[in-house]
Design a protein around this ligand. Sequence first.
Ligand SMILES: *Cc1c(COP(=O)(O)O)cnc(C)c1O
Length: 378
Amino acid sequence: MSALFNTYARRPIALVEGKGTIVKDQNGKEYLDFTSGIAVLSLGHAHPELVKALREQSEKIWHTSNLFQAPWQEKLAESLVKDTHFSYAFFCNSGAEANEAAIKLARKHTGKHHIITFKQSFHGRTFGSMSATGQEKIQKGFGPMLEKFTYLPFNDVDALRNAVDDSVAAIMLEVIQGEGGVNPVTDEFAEAIQEICSQSDILLIVDEVQTGIGRTGSRFAFEQTPLKPDIISLAKGLGGGFPIAAILGTKELYDTFGPGSHGTTFGGNPLGVAVAQKVIDIVFQPEFLNEVKKKSEYFIDKLKEAFPDGEFKVKGKGLLLGLESENEVGEYIGKLEEAGLLVCPAGTKVLRLLPPLTVKYEEIDDAVAILKKVLSRK
Ligand SMILES: *Cc1c(COP(=O)(O)O)cnc(C)c1O
C-alpha cells in the first residue's frame, strides 16, 4: 500500500545509491544503469564535480526568485548560446514547461495559433505540451485539448506540404522521437521542414528535451541535421539530475516576451543553474562530444555483432539508441533487470539504451553481453 497516486508502472526495485553508471538497490544488488533516469544523468550518478558545484552553491544561496538580478542565469545563458545562432535563453523547471514556453512564444510572436506536430511525438503532460503530443493514449480522458494542433505522420514530406498554409504559426518536432520509439527524422524530411520555414513566417521549434546536451554526440541534435530552429527546448540532461529546463531562441524573438508576459517562480534557481553550468562546461567541450560519438560507434558495432540476424534492429544516434523488435519487448525489461542491466522501453517494441555520456567501454561490453544473453532465443 502506498499514499502515492497510481501514475507510474514502477519496477519493483528502489535505487538508493549510485556512482557513475553503477546503481545499487535497497538490497545492495548492483546494476548497470542504461536508463540514466530517462536521459537525465548526463554525467552519471554522483559526478564529483556536480556534487561539489551543488554543495558550494547550497552554502551560498538557494533561491532568490526572478524579482532580482540573476548573474548565474546570464552566465549559463551565454554558455548555452555561445557559437550557436541563438541569442537568448529562458529558464524553467521541466521539459513540459519548456515546451509550454516555446508554444507561447511562437503563438505570441507570430500572432497565429496553428501548430503542426507529429504522430508518435512526445512533448509533455501539461495541457499545452500534451496537446502538442501526437499520441492518443497520452491525451485520453482529459477532455478537450488546446485547440489548433495538427498531428501529421512523421517523415512524410507530402503530408507536410499539403498541410502547410498561412494559418501555421510553427512546426514542432523531435530530431529523434524518444518516447515514441527512437525514430530519427530523415534528412529529406528535415530539409523539407527547413525549406518551408525559411520561405515563410512559420517558426521551427525543435524539442531537444531528450536529444539535447550531448546525448546524440553534438551539443544539440539539430546540429547534425539541416534544421535551423527558431526555438529549442532543453531539460532532461541539462541539470545532470537536478531539475532545470530552458528554451533557447533567436534574437528576432527578443521583444515577444516582455516583462510580466511569461515566468515561473523556480525557473533559473541558483542550485539548478550551478549544476547545469558545470554540466555544460564539461559536456560542451569538443573532446567530450567526440568521445560520446566514439562510444556510440563502439556500442552500435557491438550491438550489431550481438544480433547479426536482425531480430533486434539498432536505431538512434549517439547514446540515444534503441533495439527494435517485431514483437513486444516489455517482458525483457524485468529479465534484463534481474541480470543486472536497467533499460527503458520506448513505445512497445523498442528497448531504449540511454547510458550516461560518461559510460566506460567496459560497461558497454558488459551491457551488450547481458543483452545478448537475455534477448537471444537460442
Ligand atoms: C521527457 C520529454 C518531455 C517532457 O519532459 P518533462 O520534464 O517530463 O516534463 C518533453 N519532450 C521530450 C522530447 C521528452 O523526452
